[in-house]
Write a protein that binds this ligand. Structure first.
Ligand code: C2E
Ligand code: MG
Ligand code: MG
Length: 764
């Protein structure tokens, strides 16, 4: 409500003119009237003085009213201005804005409005031009100065800048300053510069949050946002990379564009129900890429709701888990497949058997499990090396794969055992057995072809154990046990390489369980030693073999052939072996002073497990020193099966034992896979021809040839050869003719209780 400059001037002019006119008229007419009224000069002087005072009075009154009127007006203007400032301050306060006014001429910077509080003052503040810059964040000063300079020099139409200002508590807040030069000099340089400053920290925070949200949205994880109607409204780059769809291609569409068709409708219904119920869902799902490829993903869906609880959006995030799935598959493959032959392994075989056994469709149908054992494979491994062993296994697996018939599945059951399941072959037991046997013969024929390894030809000795089974009647473990037992039979048989599991085997199995449960309690009270004489060609005693006996109170005598394998499996052989060694040494000690027995050494059987025990050597050495027997009177009988262990370890052990003065014999010789090359390195004193070759010596030319070569080998090694199981004179004669040194068998002596054996030498 200020008066404009021109109207103020006119008013002043009018007042001055009026005064001038009045004064002129007064001067012109009042002097003349005084002169006319009286010629008296004294009166005239008095009147003129009075008139002069009147004029002064009038002028003073006029001045008074004029001044009062002007000052009143000025007061009103000032009040109005103050009111305006108050109102605009209030408005600024409410809006959170501040005003600033920069008088460059006076180098004066004034700020007021909300900003004053921000900067720590209650009232408008004046600061010098440079000092307000200290409120500005150091990083923002440069660009703020530039923006100011531009505008001051008239190079920008308005000034606008975002910068941070320091609060009294030391924190910085973001502000937007806008302004305009209100006065410029002739060169166009601003002399005065005013504007508004607005707190934009909230907006900056939002921007920041949005930036964070945007970068979170653009993560490696695919993201898809839909509206409440499940129409896609946004996807990120990872979505495009995984699915192949660009954002434009899916906007407005439903997530069903990704459906693979691999899940039932029910799956999606359950998913929706879970989302409605708990506000989220996660799980593995198969989806389809744009190129049609179906892939697995791990999907999480979250519901977004407004303040009233209404669904506004669905946010889906997912990762392509094809790689993880592939790795899982490989791990599963490793768990269920053999790495060398790539055949299913034992676990997979068991799964397969369980599947067949539980299958209702197989009711009454007989299936067969054939275990294919490569006899003495371990010895081959040890002599020719693991690479050759692996090669043989791969070759055998290939040959077996080639002859598989429909319904047959091949697996690698163990290190040197393969398995073939013939599923649902017949309802008839006989027919099933006959079919399994025919197939087994085919296996033997296929595998007996020599396998060339370097310049050698390896002829695998294949042994097959077969069991027939049908669903609901057996467990997978039963079936495996049956076939294993049949394989064991096949391995020990000389004539038949294919064995079926039958009732007698079942009985053996039960016997085995019985033995296992009773054996521990039987040591040592129910055990005793038998002794069997060994003679030379003249029938003179050269030694004796100790053979263990178990007298079970319930079942009478149990053969060592039955309980020694069980003892080996259960580890009880160590206790038993120790007892045999100890008792034998005690007898040897007793014999050492007897005229006839003092020259009879004792052959003591030692099992592989016992021999391989780390403490075996020290036990033996301690026993010799504690019983004070002559070590040369002890002969340890080892079987060729010891060579399944590492050959160098065996040699080292044997040499250590030999160094004690103890003798070594190789029992059951000829039944194992002994290579000439390493036999020669063995520090043994005796080869013991297995009784199976002696038994048919007269009838079987093959056996004769084997015995002949064993004797020749013994001679070449410079060791004695003894034949066991000699029952007849003609056997003894033949063996003598072939050059055998010593003999053991019923022909001379049956194993008898060691006390009876002693009695026969008149010890008592
Ligand atoms: P082996 O060491 O080969 O013992 C020879 C077996 O042949 C003995 O059977 C013996 O009684 C039997 N035998 C001896 N002469 C004849 C004969 O003229 N004809 C026939 N048919 N058989 C004959 P045994 O005592 O039943 O022992 C069987 C196997 O048990 C032994 O075979 C041996 O491997 C093992 N064994 C026996 N005692 C022990 C022992 O103390 N420790 C260990 N680790 N194994 C033992
Ligand atoms: Mg023996
Ligand atoms: Mg023997």
């Amino acid at each position: 409500m200020t008066m404009s400059n021109s109207s103020s001037q006119q008013t002043a002019l009018r007042i001055s003119l009026a005064y001038f006119l009045i004064a002129t008229v007064w001067i012109l007419f009042s002097d003349k009237a005084v002169f006319e009224l009286s010629r008296d000069t004294e009166w005239q002087m008095t009147i003129n003085t009075l008139k002069g005072w009147l004029f002064v009075l009038f002028t003073a009154v006029l001045l008074f009213y004029t001044m009062r009127s002007v000052l009143r007006r000025l007061d009103k203007v000032h009040e109005a201005e103050l009111e305006l400032e108050k109102q605009s301050n209030f408005a600024m306060e409410v809006a959170g804005d501040g005003l600033w006014d920069w008088n460059l001429e006076k180098s004066e910077f004034k700020y007021f409005g909300a900003w004053t509080h921000t900067l720590g003052a209650d009232n408008p503040r004046y600061v010098d031009t440079d000092s307000w810059l200290r409120y500005v964040h150091p990083e923002d000063i440069c660009q703020l100065r530039n923006a100011i300079d531009l505008h001051i020099r008239g190079q920008s139409s308005s000034f606008k800048n975002e910068h941070r200002l320091k609060l009294p508590n030391g924190e910085y807040k973001w502000y937007l300053a806008r302004g305009l030069a209100t006065k410029r000099d002739e060169q166009g340089v601003a002399r005065r510069f005013s504007g508004v400053i607005t707190d934009i920290s909230a907006q900056k925070n939002v921007e920041n949050e949005m930036r964070v949200a945007a970068s979170a949205f653009e993560s490696n994880e695919a993201k898809m946002i839909t509206d409440d109607k499940k129409k896609i409204i946004r996807v990120n780059q990872a979505f495009t990379e995984i699915t192949g769809y660009s954002e434009a291609e899916v906007l407005g569409k439903g997530p069903s564009v990704l459906k693979s068709g691999r899940h039932s409708d029910e799956f999606y219904v359950l998913m929706s129900e879970k989302i409605i119920e708990s506000g989220w869902w996660q799980g593995e799902i198969w989806n389809k890429r744009k190129n049609g490829e179906v892939y697995p993903e791990w999907l999480k869906i979250n519901v977004v709701k407004d303040n009233d609880g209404n669904v506004t959006n669905y946010v889906a995030s997912f990762n392509d888990i094809s790689d993880i799935k592939e790795a899982e598959k490989q791990i599963e493959h490793l768990a269920y497949f053999d790495a060398l032959t790539h055949l299913p392994n034992k676990s997979q075989l068991i799964k397969n058997l369980e599947h067949i056994l539980l299958s209702p469709s197989g009711n009454g149908l007989k299936s067969a499990l054939i275990l294919i054992d490569i006899k003495n494979f371990k010895a081959l491994n040890n002599t020719l090396g693991y690479r050759s062993g692996d090669y043989v296994l791969i070759e055998i697996s290939k040959r077996l794969s080639d002859i598989l018939i429909e319904g047959a599945t091949l697996a690698r059951y163990g290190a040197d055992i393969f398995s073939i399941v013939l599923e649902g072959i017949s309802h008839s037991q006989e027919q099933a057995a006959s079919m399994a046997h025919t197939f087994a013969e085919n296996i033997v024929n296929t595998l007996k072809e020599p396998i060339a390894i370097s310049n050698l030809k390896y002829e695998p000795d294949i042994r097959l154990g077969i069991s027939l089974f049908e669903s609901a009647k057996h467990s997978a473990q039963d079936v495996l046990k049956f076939s294993e037992l049949a394989t064991l039979e096949a391995k020990t048989s000389k004539e038949k390489s294919i064995h079926f599991f039958d009732q007698s085997m079942q009985e053996n199995l039960e016997k085995r369980f019985y033995i296992e449960s009773k054996l521990k309690a039987a040591i040592p009270n129910d055990l005793f030693l038998a002794c069997q004489l060994q003679v030379d060609a003249y029938g003179d005693p050269v030694g004796a073999e100790v053979l263990i006996r178990w007298n079970d109170p319930e079942n009478g005598l149990i053969s060592p052939a039955d309980f020694i394998p069980v003892a080996e499996e259960s580890g009880l052989i160590n206790m038993i072996g120790y007892w045999v060694l100890q008792t034998s040494c005690q007898h040897l000690k007793k014999w050492s002073t007897h005229p006839k027995l003092k020259d009879i050494p004792l052959s003591i059987n030692v099992s592989v497990g016992q021999f391989m025990q780390e403490t075996f050597f020290s036990q033996l050495a301690d026993m010799i020193s504690s019983t004070n027997v002559s070590p040369s009177m002890i002969k340890l009988e080892l079987t060729e099966s010891v060579f399944v262990e590492d050959f160098e370890t065996i040699i080292t052990k044997m040499n250590a034992i030999k160094s004690l003065g103890v003798k070594l014999s190789l029992d059951d010789f000829g039944t194992g896979f002994s290579s000439l090359s390493y036999l020669k390195r063995l520090p043994i004193d005796e080869l013991k021809i297995d009784q199976s070759f002696v038994k048919d010596l007269e009838q079987d030319q093959g056996d004769e040839a084997i015995v002949k070569s064993i004797i020749a080998l013994g001679k070449s090694m410079g060791v004695k050869v003894i034949a066991e199981g000699v029952e007849t004179d003609s056997q003894k004669q033949m063996l003598t003719d072939l050059g055998c040194d010593n003999f053991q068998g019923y022909l001379y002596d049956k194993p008898k209780k060691i006390e009876e054996f002693e009695k026969s030498f008149d010890i008592y």
